[in-house]
Write a protein that binds this ligand. Structure first.
Ligand SMILES: Nc1ncnc2c1ncn2[C@@H]1O[C@H](COP(=O)(O)OP(=O)(O)O)[C@@H](O)[C@H]1O
Ligand SMILES: [Mg+2]
Length: 462
C-alpha cells in the first residue's frame, strides 16, 4: 500500500477510527479502574454525556457523508449506464481527482474503446452497404424477424420503391408478389438456399432470384435475396430461337420444292420435254433463292461477329454508286426505271468502311428497284450535315405504312411475304443495313407515304 492509497483510506475511515478509539479508551478506563469517588462519578457521567453527544454528532456527519457518497455513486452508475448504452457521456468531473478516480478512469477507457469499436463497426457497415449499393443486381437483406434491413437502389428502381417504403418493414408488406414472398419465407424458415427464375409482378422484368441464409457463427441472422435481371438475356434467347426457326423455314420451303420436282422428274416427267424444261427452270429458280439466302445469312453473321471490325477510310461516293447501278443495270432497264445521282460537292467523300458502305447502299438500291413502280425513278442524294453525312435513296414505289416502318428492320420481316419472295427477297437486307449503320455509330431512317414512294436515309458520323 503506497502513501497515497493509505492517506485516501485514512481520510474515509478517520471518523470511525477516532470514535472507536475513544470508545474503547473510555470503556477501558472505566472497567479496568474502579473509581468510586463522587468527583469521579460526576466525571464519568460527563464523559458519558460527551461520548453520546459525540456519537450523535458523528452519526449526523456519517449520515451526511453516506448521503454525499450515495449521490456520487449514483452519478457514476448513471455515467456507466450511459456508456453501456453507447451514448456520448462525459462523466462526473469532480471524481476524476477523488477517491473514485480509478473507477471513473476505467469507465472512461471503456467508453473510449466502445466508441472506437462502434465507429469502426459503423464504417464497416457503411462499406458493406456501399458495395451492395453499387451492385448491378438487386439486393434485399432481411433479418431473422422477417424485417427488411436494406434494399439497394437497383432493387428499389426495379420494383418502384423508395427507401421509406422499405426500411424496417416486413418483407411481405413491401412485395406484393406471392411467389417472391413464398420463396423468402421458405428460406427464412428452413434456413436454406433457394433459386428460381421468375417474371416479377408489376414489373416488365424477369428475375433470377437467389435467396441465401446468413449465419453469424452458429446464429441465424436472416437471409440475403439477390435479384438478377435476365429480361434481356431471355429476349436474346428468344430472338435466337426465332432466328433459327425462321432460317430453317426459309431454307425448307425452296428445298422441299426442289426435292418435289426432282422426284416428279425421276418418276417419268423427265421424258416429257416441255415438263422437263419447266421443272428444271423452277429448280434453278429455287436454287438461286437458296443461294441468295445463304449469301445474306453469311453477310449478316459476318457483320454481327466481332471478327469483322470496321476499317474506316475516306471513300469517294460517286464511283461506288456508279458501280452499284451498273450491277443492277438489267433489272433497272427491265422495269423502265430512271436513276439519278446528286452529289454536291464533288468529289463527295465519306468516312466509312468501304465494303460495308457498298453492301448497305446495294441493299437500299436493290429495294428501291424491287419495290418501285414500273417506269418509276430512283434518286440518290448526299449532303453534309454538322458532324454527319446523310445519304438518301428515294424511290417512287409502293411505299411503306407507318406500322410497317417500325418492323422492316427486323430480320425476315417482309410487308408482303409472297411479293418479296417472288422478287427474290430474303427479308434480311434492311437488318444488314441497320447493323452496318449502327456499327458506324450512325443510323438508318425511313420516311414514306403509301403509295407515294419511300426515302431511306443512311446517316453516318464523320
Ligand atoms: N423501298 C421500299 N419500298 C417499299 N417497301 C420496301 C422498300 N424497302 C423495303 N421494303 C419492305 O421492307 C421489307 C424488308 O426489306 P428487306 O429487309 O430488304 O427484305 P427483302 O429481302 O424482302 O427485300 C421488304 O420485304 C418490303 O416489304
Ligand atoms: Mg431487300
Amino acid at each position: 500500500m503506497n502513501f497515497k492509497k493509505a492517506s485516501a483510506f485514512l481520510r474515509i475511515f478517520f471518523p470511525f477510527l477516532v470514535s472507536f478509539g475513544l470508545t474503547f479508551l473510555l470503556f477501558g478506563i472505566f472497567t479496568v479502574v474502579k473509581f468510586n469517588t463522587y468527583e469521579v462519578l460526576i466525571l464519568k457521567k460527563e464523559l458519558y454525556g460527551l461520548f453520546f453527544s459525540f456519537m450523535i454528532v458523528y452519526s449526523v456527519i456519517t449520515f451526511i457523508l453516506v448521503l454525499l457518497l450515495y449521490k456520487r455513486i449514483r452519478k457514476i452508475s448513471h455515467y456507466a449506464g450511459e456508456v453501456s448504452q453507447g451514448k456520448q457521456a462525459s462523466g462526473p468531473r469532480e471524481d476524476r481527482e477523488g477517491v473514485f478516480r480509478h473507477l471513473i478512469t476505467n469507465i472512461d477507457a471503456m467508453s473510449d474503446r466502445l466508441k472506437d469499436q462502434t465507429e469502426s463497426a459503423g464504417q464497416e457497415q457503411k462499406r458493406i452497404f456501399a458495395i451492395l449499393e453499387s451492385m448491378v443486381e438487386g439486393v434485399l437483406v432481411i433479418d431473422a424477424e422477417h424485417k427488411i434491413i436494406m434494399a439497394n437502389s437497383t432493387l428499389a428502381r426495379a420494383f418502384d420503391l423508395t427507401q421509406e417504403d422499405v426500411r424496417g418493414k416486413y418483407f411481405w408488406e413491401v412485395f406484393r408478389d406471392s411467389e417472391i414472398n413464398e420463396m423468402i419465407k421458405k428460406s427464412l424458415s428452413s434456413q436454406t438456399q433457394s433459386k428460381r427464375e421468375h417474371p416479377a409482378l408489376l414489373t416488365d422484368s424477369i428475375f433470377e432470384i437467389q435467396v441465401s441464409p446468413v449465419f453469424g457463427g452458429l446464429k441465424f441472422l436472416g437471409v440475403v435475396a439477390v435479384f438478377h435481371n435476365v429480361t434481356k438475356l431471355k429476349a436474346l434467347e428468344r430472338a435466337q430461337n426465332e432466328f433459327v426457326a425462321n432460317v430453317s423455314h426459309e431454307l425448307k420451303t425452296p428445298l422441299t420444292s426442289i426435292l418435289g420436282y426432282i422426284e416428279t422428274l425421276k418418276n417419268g416427267a423427265i421424258d416429257n420435254v416441255k415438263d422437263r424444261s419447266e421443272f428444271l427452270n423452277i429448280i434453278e429458280d429455287h436454287s438461286k433463292k437458296l443461294h441468295l439466302l445463304i449469301e445474306d445469312l453469311l453477310v449478316l453473321s459476318k457483320a454481327e461477329s466481332d471478327r469483322q471490325k470496321l476499317k474506316k477510310e475516306t471513300v469517294d461516293l460517286e464511283p461506288m454508286l456508279l458501280r452499284i447501278f451498273r450491277f443492277y443495270e438489267k433489272p433497272i432497264k427491265t422495269k423502265g426505271l430512271t436513276a439519278h445521282v446528286e452529289l454536291v460537292p464533288k468529289p463527295f467523300s465519306v468516312l466509312a468502311d468501304p465494303g460495308a458502305l457498298e453492301q448497305a447502299l446495294s441493299n437500299l438500291i436493290d429495294n428501291a428497284i424491287k419495290y418501285n413502280s414500273p417506269s418509276g425513278s430512283i434518286d440518290v442524294r448526299a449532303v453534309y450535315e454538322p458532324g454527319t453525312v446523310r445519304i438518301e435513296i428515294r424511290d417512287t414505289g409502293i411505299g411503306i405504312s407507318p406500322a410497317d416502318q417500325t418492323k422492316i428492320f427486323e430480320r425476315f420481316y417482309r410487308v408482303e411475304k409472297s411479293r418479296s419472295r417472288e422478287l427474290g427477297g430474303t427479308g434480311l437486307g434492311l437488318s444488314i443495313v441497320k447493323n452496318i449503320a449502327e456499327r458506324h455509330l450512325g443510323k438508318i431512317e425511313v420516311q414514306s407515304l403509301t403509295p407515294k414512294g419511300t426515302v431511306f436515309s443512311l446517316i453516318l458520323p464523320q
